[in-house]
Design a protein around this ligand. Structure first.
Ligand SMILES: Cc1cc2nc3c(=O)[nH]c(=O)nc-3n(C[C@H](O)[C@H](O)[C@H](O)COP(=O)(O)OP(=O)(O)OC[C@H]3O[C@@H](n4cnc5c(N)ncnc54)[C@H](O)[C@@H]3O)c2cc1C
Length: 458
């Protein structure tokens, strides 16, 4: 069996893998990127394709080239949340910022082109089947199969960017490390999307549109161009399974503004809707992107998290390799970087997901329908406060009559989310303090189970 040796082996040629490979290659390391798909299919991934803009991406690839090639609708200025109960839409303006809907296939291709241009070796058609570990449990490489030929890739560090439910984590024995193995289907969402063309331009091509579904998920309509839309639907795996294609067909059929929709492409996938891994490192091993739960658990947005985490994983790998030691403590800075950055926000958002699983979607929609739109946006947005005049307060109190206990519960979860963020800000600087930190964090999550009556998610 052939054996090749590299400084870094990156498994997966999606967002996290490409940013990791690009970063490590730029730093002068010998890098191989292993992707199971053929070259013609790589980058073709199930996604809603909506992101904020170029700012979402670290400056390690040619972002201008990416924008020119793959930002098919760079002028998204608002999000619209349809409320099927009240018929009143909630609209959130992006202010000065603009969002983007990507041509996801071209986006994936450009990232791989960049990795190639920077000088990493890319092996397509290469399925990673197993992880190689030494007697102390350190990950030293992976076993692959390419067109029926088995081989071994040895590396100082393996970066697992193989996406949701990564096979590497099934195969590796990480029980001696801090690496988060508390992963179950309850923490995932199943999603399906189509790319649809229509004969008349949609009137909302400057908006991304969301609509809740009964199964505690949502439908989305993201315009790539005025006549080409990414439409999809997802649901939490804790809920009753739903017929994704059926639900989507029904909703598409009801929309008069979608004239003669034709399906151009369809794909489905699982995505994590959980808090980021408490630790995504083990000796010789780092996980990034969906493989480490780096997705906003309420929106399902995972591209920016994957790009940042892939970059940071490689930066930490470069330093550890230069220092000659790749133990857990040498890679620990990566955990702290992720969890004190977007990780703490995602962990806090996850508490609202826990709250959501304890309630019926009609009940939640009724409260949303009764609240004044802008105040609701402010309350859940970055400000975290909502300022209301006396008259509006009284009107809101009357409208939300019958839902006050739910609102109070939400308020208490909101307080716990703030506490949780403070604990994540205090994420330890070494693995020694990790268990103490985890005990403090778990106490807050336990409080949320108690407040909401939700089944434990972890
Ligand atoms: C339906 C849907 C809609 C979404 N909508 C949005 C959205 O609108 N905006 C947003 O920001 N995010 C969205 N997301 C999430 C986003 O797509 C992911 O978070 C992001 O793609 C994660 O990137 P990644 O690199 O971690 O994983 P992936 O993009 O999944 O890449 C993993 C790669 O690893 C390869 N691979 C897997 N196993 C192996 C193996 N054993 N050997 C070799 N290669 C392997 C795969 O082929 C793949 O290329 C959506 C996800 C889904 C499923």
């Amino acid at each position: 069996m052939a054996t090749d040796t590299y400084d870094v082996a990156v498994v997966g040629g999606g967002t996290a893998g490409c940013f990791a490979a690009a970063t490590a290659t730029r730093a002068g390391l010998d890098v191989v990127l292993l992707e199971r798909k053929p070259e013609a299919e790589a980058g073709h991934i199930a996604c809603g394709d909506a992101i904020k803009g170029t700012d979402a991406f670290p400056d390690v690839i040619d972002r201008e080239y990416l924008r020119e090639e793959a930002f098919s609708n760079p002028n998204v200025r608002r999000a619209v949340f349809e409320n099927p109960l009240s018929g009143n839409d909630l609209e959130v303006s992006f202010g000065d910022a603009t969002g983007t809907v990507l041509d996801r296939r071209r986006y994936g291709e450009v990232l791989l082109e960049e990795v190639d241009r920077l000088g990493a070796e890319i092996r397509y058609d290469t399925v990673v089947r197993d992880v190689v570990q030494d007697d102390d449990g350190r990950v030293t490489g992976v076993r692959t199969v390419r067109n029926g030929d088995a081989s071994t890739v040895e590396a100082e560090i393996v970066i697992d960017a193989a996406g949701a439910l990564s096979i590497l984590q099934d195969r590796a024995d990480l029980s001696g490390a801090t690496f988060d193995t508390d992963v179950s289907y309850r923490q995932f969402c199943s999603a399906y999307r189509e790319v649809v063309t229509v004969e008349e331009p949609v009137p909302w091509d400057d908006a991304i549109v969301f609509k809740p579904t009964k199964e505690l998920g949502y439908l989305w309509y993201f315009p790539r161009t005025p006549t080409e839309l990414n439409v999809g639907v997802g649901f939490q795996m804790t809920e009753e399974p739903m017929e994704l294609v059926e639900v989507l067909r029904r909703d598409l059929g009801r929309r008069e503004e979608l004239v003669a929709p034709t399906v151009e492409d369809k794909l489905g996938a699982a995505l994590p809707t959980r808090r980021p891994y408490d630790s995504a490192v083990a000796p010789g091993f780092i996980a990034a992107g969906d493989a480490a739960g780096h997705v906003n658990p309420t929106t399902g947005g995972g591209i920016p998290g994957a790009a940042k985490a892939g970059t940071w994983a490689a930066e930490v790998a470069v330093e550890a390799i230069a220092d000659g030691s790749v133990d857990e403590g040498d890679l620990w800075a990566y955990n702290r970087r992720v969890l004190t950055d977007f990780g703490k926000r995602f962990a806090a958002m996850d508490l609202y997901n826990v709250f959501g699983t304890a309630h019926d979607v009609d009940e939640l929609a009724a409260v949303v329908a009764a609240m004044p739109g802008q105040q609701l946006v402010d309350a859940v947005g970055k400000k975290g406060t909502a300022d209301m005049g006396l008259r509006l307060k009284i009107e809101t109190m009357l409208k939300t009559w019958g839902h006050w206990s739910l609102l109070y519960e939400l308020y208490r979860v909101h307080r716990k989310a703030a506490e949780l963020k403070a604990v994540y800000d205090d994420y330890p600087t070494t693995p020694d303090e990790f268990e103490d930190w985890r005990t403090r964090r778990d106490a807050i999550v336990d409080d949320v189970y108690e407040i909401t009556g939700a089944d434990p998610k972890y």
